[in-house]
Design a protein around this ligand. Structure first.
Ligand code: ZN
Length: 81
């Protein structure tokens, strides 16, 4: 009887550690992939930094543009002329 109780307690402790461990993994700061992710300034979708075109406005403001938006802007400009 005591052995059963101990076994159950042991399983509960193991389960608790697993749950806490998973939470630590998923909430433990951004993953290396997420650090490199920026939002496109036009469509607000997320892309990795190497997919985006970076422009500096003034001294500090950084704007990212995705390829799709750049092409769309280029097409819009083409329609004007
Ligand atoms: Zn975009």
């Amino acid at each position: 009887m005591i052995v059963t109780v101990l076994a159950v307690a042991f399983l509960i402790v193991i389960g608790f550690i697993v749950v806490v461990g998973y939470k630590a993994i998923f909430k433990g700061g951004p993953s290396p992939e997420e650090i490199d992710v920026e939002k496109c300034s036009v469509c607000r979708r997320k892309f990795t930094r190497n997919e985006l075109l970076l422009r500096t406005i003034g001294d500090y403001k950084l704007l990212y543009f995705c390829r799709e938006c750049v092409l769309k802007l280029y097409a819009d400009l083409g329609m004007k002329n």
